[in-house]
Design a protein around this ligand. Structure first.
Ligand code: CAA
Ligand code: NAP
Length: 246
């Protein structure tokens, strides 16, 4: 049987790299998306190759529908149809709402939420036609509980949850599952950008007493991408060290 093809958006970032590795370790052909012209692409490929991985790369701007359409066409012709999609690319532009400008709102909504439409729209029909598919959307604990300083990000990540539940219903009979993962604070560049004293005060509120690791999120993605996860759809999986329980 040929290997399933998994596309991970923002695949060279902190969580993206761990998700790519976990999917490769569970037998997928993994395509890591990055922005066109992403300078450290070659270094990332060389580093992961030295670790024993053989990733493919697909350049594309997830905030741009046409860029996503041509990216997915290239993947289909050069590698094969996408069986597993992990919508992982995202950014923060934190600030208190009263000081937030329109560009901070637009950037976060476009890259974190529009992107999920832009990429999923290219692959869902094919998954349904082939009778098998997995869409995994990376939301956030802050999309569930809301976060001071993140009106834009909390809105985008909450939007992903509604999107996932709606689409899950549309393709449930077609062998395609759509789920969301809501990670808590995971030690990547995104979190390290928070001021140290603010970060320390957040860590102090996590019952597990620490931030999560990217590998912990990668492992959950590998499970959701597997055959055995076929009955789980429309779910939001919390993985946050106990920061928010509901
Ligand atoms: N609840 C209540 N009050 C808070 C607060 C909170 N969580 N955080 C800050 N405040 C208060 C401060 O105590 C301060 O009060 P005073 O003016 O009375 O002293 C006031 O708000 C201003 O705080 P700052 O000095 O921090 O203001 P700032 O303008 O320098 O920074 C901020 C504002 C950018 C929002 C900063 O507080 C911050 O970075 N907060 C963290 C936001 C956050 O958690 N981002 C997550 C990024 S990682 C990620 O998003 C991944 C994921 O999904 C988990
Ligand atoms: P990260 O290391 O900054 O990775 C984000 C990735 O997205 C980067 O590779 C980035 O590329 C890419 N990206 C940004 N804009 C893009 C675009 N327009 N097109 C294609 N790729 C783009 O952050 P991370 O922590 O791994 O975050 C990954 C995802 O997890 C995000 O959706 C984030 O919101 C979510 N999340 C993170 C945490 C956490 O605590 N870390 C918690 C909950 C949810 P560049 O480097 O080139 O910009």
């Amino acid at each position: 049987m040929s290997k399933k093809v998994a596309l991970v958006t923002g695949g060279m970032g902190g969580l993206g790299t761990a998700i790519c590795k976990a999917l490769a370790q569970s037998g997928h052909t993994v395509v890591a998306n990055c922005l066109p012209g992403f300078p450290p692409k070659d270094e990332w490929l060389a580093r992961t190759k030295a670790e024993g991985f053989d990733f493919r790369v697909a350049e594309g701007d997830v905030s741009d529908f046409d860029s996503c359409a041509s990216m997915v066409k290239r993947i289909e012709s050069e590698i094969g149809p996408v069986d597993v999609l992990v919508n992982n690319a995202g950014i923060t532009r934190d600030g208190m709402f009263r000081k937030m400008d329109k560009s901070q709102w637009d950037a976060v909504l476009t890259i974190n939420l529009d992107s999920v439409f832009n990429v999923t729209r290219q692959v869902l029909e094919g998954m349904a036609e082939r009778g098998w598919g997995r869409v995994i959307n990376i939301s956030s604990v802050n999309g569930i509980k809301g976060q001071f300083g993140q009106a834009n990000y909390s809105a985008a990540k909450a939007g992903i949850l509604g999107f996932s539940k709606a689409i899950a219903q549309e393709v449930a009979k077609k062998g395609v599952t759509v789920n969301a993962i809501a990670p808590g604070y995971i030690a990547t560049d995104m979190v390290m950008a928070i001021k140290q004293e603010v970060r320390d005060s957040i860590t102090a509120t996590i019952p597990a007493g620490r931030m999560g690791t990217p590998e912990e999120i990668g492992g959950l993605c590998a499970y959701l991408a597997s055959d055995i996860a076929g009955y789980m759809t429309g779910a939001t999986l919390n993985i946050n060290g106990g920061l928010h329980m509901y």
